[in-house]
Design a binder for this molecule. Structure first.
Ligand code: NAP
Length: 334
């Protein structure tokens, strides 16, 4: 049976996901959409063969919707996730799961009451072939014991509505999830150190910044975030093990050799860099939901990443290391 998906939020990523589900993912179709921008929702609905409904809750409750993709702004996620849990429907919620740990905890409680996992968080890097290769090298022990890591997250530019805090809870939240997933460890503390600001960054931004993440086993992850780097979208990762190093650089599909130089393109943005990962993420989510299984990044992973972002924001204010105080992990997420 084809999985009928409802989409809430038809902006950048919501419309990308809708088109992937309609045309590129097998076993799925888009049956209903909602956006506060009615014209945007109607245009997408016409394009993918869905209906545009009047409210987000109409999408969740519609009998023709088996599962929901939540791609509206982060502040709206918690209420929508709680509503889909109340309707006992699976949801793929874009990051963040919620903007506060308190809201994340309500979601964990509601899912635990149901007794089964219905929520997946959109941490698509876990589906990127490059990150998967890094994970495989750590799991097979080929570089010994993982000790520390260096991450880089650079964007060419951001709109002037972007804040210093958003570098933590919007950009680096992906690195927080990747660090936990690669090392199989929780992050127990975080320190943020701003660098000399770029003269090309918005005057209100502290950019670039370095973040030090302390792992439960004593391991360290150092992450640079620089959202005004100008030259492109550059995401890298290097994990240092006891017998070797695993390196993930920004992949390049081609290079031009001319005039004594070798030139290869840098992706313009996340759409280009992670396009293939989003497709794998959606296909695996659809396949799992059709079998009654949700096995991707969980509500617990969403909670843990938001908790690290909160500690980073507190560290921005205090200039000191801030502990990440997680509740005990419920058995549902063992
Ligand atoms: P966007 O382009 O602004 O799209 C969001 C859409 O939701 C807009 O059309 C917005 O309308 C609409 N909206 C606002 N309030 C709503 C509500 N209460 N109910 C339904 N729709 C509402 O943003 P985006 O870049 O697609 O980001 C959406 C989410 O995806 C964010 O949480 C973001 O962090 C996440 N995201 C994840 C990735 C990833 O790599 N996994 C990449 C990009 C984005 P208005 O414009 O009229 O407000």
């Amino acid at each position: 049976v084809v999985l009928k998906v409802g989409i809430i939020g038809t902006g950048n990523i919501g419309s990308d996901h809708a088109r992937r589900l309609a045309w590129r993912v097998s076993g799925a179709e888009v049956s209903a959409v909602f956006d506060v921008d009615t014209a945007r929702a109607q245009a997408l609905a016409a394009e993918v063969g869905a209906v545009a409904l009047g409210q987000a809750t109409d999408v969740i409750d519609d009998p023709s919707v088996d599962a929901v993709v939540i791609a509206s702004p982060g502040e709206t996620h918690a209420d929508l996730v709680l509503r889909t849990l109340a309707a006992a429907k699976p949801a793929l919620c874009e990051k963040p799961l919620a903007t506060t740990t308190d809201a994340c905890l309500k979601i964990l409680e509601a899912e635990a009451d149901l007794g089964r996992r219905l929520i997946q968080v959109g941490f698509m890097r876990r589906y990127d072939s490059g990150y998967a290769a890094v994970k495989a090298a750590l799991v097979d022990g080929s570089v010994g014991e993982p000790l520390l890591a260096h991450f880089v997250h650079r964007n060419a530019a951001v709109p002037d509505t972007f804040t210093t805090e958003m570098a933590m809870n919007d950009s680096l939240i992906h690195e927080f999830d990747v660090a936990r997933w690669l090392f199989g460890q929780e992050i127990v503390a975080a320190t943020v150190v701003p660098s000399r600001p770029s003269p090309l960054a918005w005057p209100h931004l502290r950019d670039p910044q370095l973040v030090l993440l302390h792992l439960a086993d004593g391991g360290l992850v150092e992450a640079e975030v620089f959202v005004s780097c100008r030259y492109g979208y550059d995401v890298r990762c290097e994990v240092v093990g006891s017998t070797g190093v695993v390196l993930l650089e920004t992949p390049t599909a081609s290079a031009a050799l001319r005039n004594g130089r070798r030139e290869s393109p840098v992706p313009a943005d996340w759409r280009v860099r992670f396009g293939a990962a989003y497709l794998v993420e959606l296909q695996e989510w659809v396949d799992g939901v059709r079998r009654g299984v949700v096995s991707g990044p969980s509500a617990w992973d969403g909670y843990a990443a938001t908790a690290v972002a909160e500690s980073c924001v507190a560290s921005l204010a205090s200039g000191r290391a801030v502990e990440v105080g997680l509740v005990a992990r419920p058995p549902l997420y063992a």
